[in-house]
Design a protein around this ligand. Structure first.
Ligand SMILES: [Zn+2]
Length: 360
């Protein structure tokens, strides 16, 4: 009863907040007619997602995660050009880099009037994901990210939003992530032998859903896609989600299929709401996984958390935490230990199946 009362109160607060801010989307609102000259807006520390005050989001790394997922998003009342730029003294103190349709370029070398150099924004909302990269891939130091919104064809009239972020702590994180792999992923074939990494051979990881539940509103393709998107966002590992083929259905469990995670409804033997079993080679390569979701627990946000939890195992974290995050045995909320995120990132970016896992 107490819980119910708390929930009702919280919902009322959200409704009130929306009422007083006056717009449904919590995004910066840019009115093109009001832009005169070049106006700089310092966003301070950037957030995970674009917000009301700043159209720059930098992804999980803003909350101690390991992925930089650079996003620009804002409401706009007309047409605009959008430029994305970055400055990092650790990479080159003398260069501002522009994110073009051909990748990063030296701003000084780019024709800003070319269609390749900017994105087009149109009323009512602009949203674009630009860059996704693990923070460990970038040198440590301060990074400044810019989102510039100009009048089309007139870069003398623009808003330039900037946000600063410091990349640090990568050596300690790498060491802790390797320990996570040794404790919860790798194994040694002989007591004195090297620990080796266990993972899928290829990414994107292929997820094959029982055709009987593809269109089910509880655990249809959309629900599974939401669950795996969490890991793509937090670790950069991508997935292909599709119905299982008849050949796969005939061979699931027989060892005759290679390289898929099969998802179906079922009653887990453990009595849990969901479970996963895995077939792996001694050489460290995963062959197939079978995920069972109890349909009674498959719907809504809690169902997505269950699915996300099992995909943490499917990617290679074979343990449980007890810190209120997605890898807990009893999954009460979203959230991910950065050491586990880094371990999965390293598994799919720096290690192949069977590679030795160094101790530091
Ligand atoms: Zn589990």
């Amino acid at each position: 009863m107490k819980t119910l009362r708390t929930l009702i109160a919280a919902s009322a607060c959200v409704a009130a907040l929306l009422l007083f801010t006056g717009h449904a989307f919590a995004l910066a609102n840019i009115r093109m007619g009001s832009i005169g000259g070049v106006q700089w807006v310092d966003c301070g520390a950037p957030s995970k997602d674009p917000s009301d005050g700043c159209p720059i989001g930098i992804g999980p790394v803003a909350n101690d995660g390991v992925m930089i997922n650079l996003t620009g998003a804002f409401d706009v009342d007309g047409s605009a050009w959008v430029f994305i730029a970055a400055h990092a003294p650790a990479i080159d103190p003398n260069v501002t880099f522009l994110w073009t349709k051909d990748g990063w370029r030296n701003l000084a070398d780019v024709d800003t009037f070319s269609d390749r150099s900017h994105w087009d924004a149109n009323s009512p909302t602009f949203r674009q994901a630009f860059v996704s990269i693990g923070k460990a891939e970038l040198p440590e130091g301060e990074y400044t990210v810019y989102v510039a919104v100009s009048a089309p064809g007139d870069t003398s009239r623009m808003h330039v939003f900037l946000a600063k972020w410091v990349n640090s702590g990568n050596a300690a994180l790498r060491s802790e992530a390797l320990q996570v792999l040794r404790d919860f992923n790798a194994y040694s074939a002989a007591p004195s032998g090297p620990f080796i990494a266990r993972r899928w051979k290829d990414a994107p990881v292929v997820v094959a859903i029982d055709p009987a539940i593809v269109n089910d509103p509880r655990t249809g393709i959309g629900q599974v896609e939401n669950g795996v998107r969490y890991w793509t966002n937090e670790t950069g590992v991508s997935f292909i989600v599709r119905p299982a083929t008849s050949d796969e259905l005939a061979n699931i469990g027989s060892g005759g299929i290679d390289g898929i995670v099969y998802v179906a409804y079922g009653t887990p033997s453990s009595g849990d709401a969901s479970e996963i079993s895995l077939t792996t080679e001694l050489t460290g390569r995963y062959l197939s996984a079978r995920m069972l979701i109890d349909p009674a627990y498959a719907s809504g946000d809690s169902g997505r958390r269950l699915i996300a939890h099992e995909f943490g195992h499917a990617l290679g974290f074979w343990g449980h935490t007890s810190d209120g995050t997605i890898t807990d045995h009893v999954v009460a909320s979203w959230g991910l230990d950065s050491r586990i995120a880094q371990a999965i990132w390293m598994l799919y970016n720096q290690l192949a199946p069977g590679d030795p896992v160094p101790s530091q």
